[in-house]
Design a protein around this ligand. Sequence first.
Ligand code: KG4
Length: 339
Amino acid sequence: MVTILGIESSCDDTSAAVVRDGVILSNVIAGQAVHERYGGVVPELASRAHQQNIVPVVHDALKQAGIPKEGVSAVAFTRGPGLLGSLLVGTSFAKGFTAALGIPLIEVNHLQAHVLAHFIKEDENDRNQPDFPFLCLLVSGGNSQIILVKSLSDMEIIGQTIDDAAGEAFDKCAKVMGLGYPGGPEVDRLAKLGDPGRFTFSKPRIDGYDYSFSGLKTSFLYFLRDELKEDPDFIDKNKNDLCASLQKTIVDILMDKLCLAAKELGVNEVALAGGVSANSGLRNALEACGKARGWKIHIPKFAYTTDNAAMVAITGYYKYLDGLFCEPDVVPFARVSMQ
Ligand code: KG4
């Protein structure tokens, strides 16, 4: 029996999870409301909040799993990418915990973990995992990538954003409309009440499978600036239609490249990952596309879309099986690629 404690602290969620033989036993996440009033994550405050949260979060995860700390086989932690001060908290905790118990330490790449969230089993009979190769659209506040997943450890980024991430596009446009932070979930909520065909925003022309979202943000900003000159209440009067049209544009941009990649590479198994995969418009678009093109699709549970330690624990589980442990002098990295 292999029991992995996963630790995630790369941005503004402190999370701990326990996975036993690939099956999830607990996944505890403490968010950080402190950033809301600043309209974005403040790194210094994130590190402090991780310091406050990490011990109670790990305690809860072990308690919910019904596992004493002596029952943990190894600790997997997010090494990067992320905010350095935040990563240091989880890394240091994992080092201390493993040193005290004399068990292995396993470093995990946050992006690889988002993809491997699809391999978390809800119970022993769960057989919903993707088959290789599959394409994974990883969309979050910091990343927008199309990844060709050839095996649990062999992943190739075939396309990625050259500027803003999709989550940033949601959040920055939401901010312009005076919505709270992070704006993505609020845009999603209001979009359900609006007309997606009401406004049209420009889409980027980028070669290959890469993305760009900075132009959309600028065109959205200029469009509002012009409309507000005519009518100062334009945003309030049109919020639902603005959100629906914005969401449709972002989803169309994401899906166009994903469809192109699937077609050109002849892959017909497609998965979503990352915070933006919680978006209802994106989920619906993938489902519709899957039906039309005969794809087998994989949409993660909400709990595994945003940052969570369950995905770190499952990645750690497979690295444990391969004996991929790290030394106690390991240091976190703010920026690492998957390759
Ligand atoms: O993966 P994640 O939790 O972490 C970071 O990359 O920081 O992703 C967070 C991002 C934010 O930009 C947030 O606005 C976006 O995911 N997000 C959404 C939705 N839920 C979260 N965007 C659109 N629609 C949603 N329902």
